[in-house]
Design a protein around this ligand. Structure first.
Ligand code: NAP
Length: 359
């Protein structure tokens, strides 16, 4: 019989886990592996709440396994390093992103695209190399191979910087790959949530002209005045959408639910690119003719490789980019998930794990 989560490893650990698809989290005792030669142990101080956590705790993709400790935007302090670890020492600030292992041998891994490795292991709800389950950052400690640990720039605050480890790389990577990062490039950002608001910040740092496309008219003023967007469209306003047709070189679509994409394709100029980043549980509808009439492209992108995550964090540190956050105590997490489901957060909840997670 397999061991219980509390007994399978030598280090005691504690966090909050969902037990079923109700998605309600409660305190959970489990364990972490001993720090191996190449490992870094991180005492977790902050963990962001990504909409992906919500999809998983509610089993919206159909492959959640319980108990499930979510969390993949993790920052903290290094408390132990193995003898082969060179990048980190005890006391350093460190970050852990959605990926904690990959095969390191396939074509993707060899190109620094560990995120597309068929053997990639996610920070939670995955099976690790030793057959045990991974548990995420809504917990006190995590043990990760050094290759998957990120150096945290000194200039970034740990709490506001932690969402970059997923939200940041998820928008930065497609900007770079799809050539949507040049000065003057006209970029649309659909959905002003956790991903969307940092997309605006990175795009402005690249010198782009940014249009936010949102279902929430109430976000217009702050999108422009606080986040620095150049214009704001309400997607349900057909007059506004019509007037903006053919004006964008690229669009990052961060919407978490089913939504029509034809009106977005209409906003693109010839050769424009619509990049899907959100993960709606139901398939989206794609009409082909709008693509043919303008050589337009629809693509996707999933987080980023380890080298690029470090590059993104260093870029964020150099350009003072961090998330707009609401810092919450651990025992507020269920309310926070409810509010996230209703779109009631400006723009990322971050759990103050270090001071509020108590056994
Ligand atoms: P979020 O904070 O909830 O933001 C999503 C935004 O989408 C909302 O703020 C809202 O913006 C808009 N929206 C929500 N429901 C909508 C609907 N029915 N129709 C149109 N717009 C809607 O979520 P997030 O953390 O940014 O994550 C967004 C999505 O990206 C999630 O599905 C998540 O799982 C996925 N994700 C993907 C990756 C990847 O690697 N590709 C990585 C991380 C997350 P407005 O109010 O402005 O309309």
């Amino acid at each position: 019989m397999s061991k219980s989560p509390e007994e399978e490893h030598p280090q005691k650990a504690f966090g909050w886990a969902a037990r079923d698809a109700s998605g309600i989290l409660s305190p959970f005792n489990f364990s972490r592996r001993a720090n191996e030669d190449d490992d870094v142990t991180v005492k977790i101080l902050y963990c962001g709440i990504c909409h992906g956590d919500l999809h998983y705790v509610k089993n919206e993709f159909g492959h959640s396994s319980y108990p499930l400790v979510p969390g993949h935007e993790i920052t903290g302090i290094v408390t132990a390093v193995g003898p082969k670890v060179e990048k980190f020492k005890v006391g350093d600030h460190a970050g852990v992103a959605p990926l904690v292992r990959s095969c390191r041998a396939c074509n993707n891994c060899n190109q620094g695209l560990e995120n597309y490795c068929p053997g990639a292991v996610s920070a939670f709800n995955a099976i690790d190399h030793d057959g045990t389950r991974t548990y995420g950052g809504y917990s006190d400690i995590i043990v990760v191979n050094q290759h998957y640990v990120i150096r945290f720039p000194n200039s970034l605050p740990l709490d506001k910087g932690t969402p970059l480890l997923c939200a940041g790389i998820t928008v930065y990577s497609p900007m770079k790959y799809y050539g949507l990062c040049g000065p003057g490039t006209r970029l649309g950002v659909v959905g002003l949530g956790g991903l969307g608001h940092v997309a605006v910040k990175f795009a402005k740092a690249f010198g782009m002209k940014v249009t936010v496309i949102s279902t929430s008219p109430s976000k217009g003023k702050e999108a422009i005045e606080r986040l620095g967007a150049d214009s704001f469209l309400v997607s349900s306003d057909s007059e506004q959408m019509k007037a903006a047709m053919g004006t964008l070189d690229g669009i990052l679509d961060t919407v978490s639910a089913f939504h029509p994409i034809s009106p977005l394709i209409d906003l693109l100029t010839t050769n424009g690119k619509l990049i899907l980043l959100g993960a709606p549980e139901k398939p989206l509808e794609l009409s082909v003719f709008p693509l043919l009439m303008g050589r337009k492209l629809v693509g996707g992108s999933g987080i980023g490789g380890m080298r690029e995550i470090q590059e993104m964090m260093d870029f964020a540190g150099a350009h003072n980019i961090s998330a707009d956050t609401e810092i919450i105590p651990m025992d507020y997490v269920n309310t926070a998930l409810d509010r996230l489901a209703r779109g009631d957060v400006r723009y990322r909840f971050v759990i103050d794990v270090g001071t509020t997670l108590t056994t």
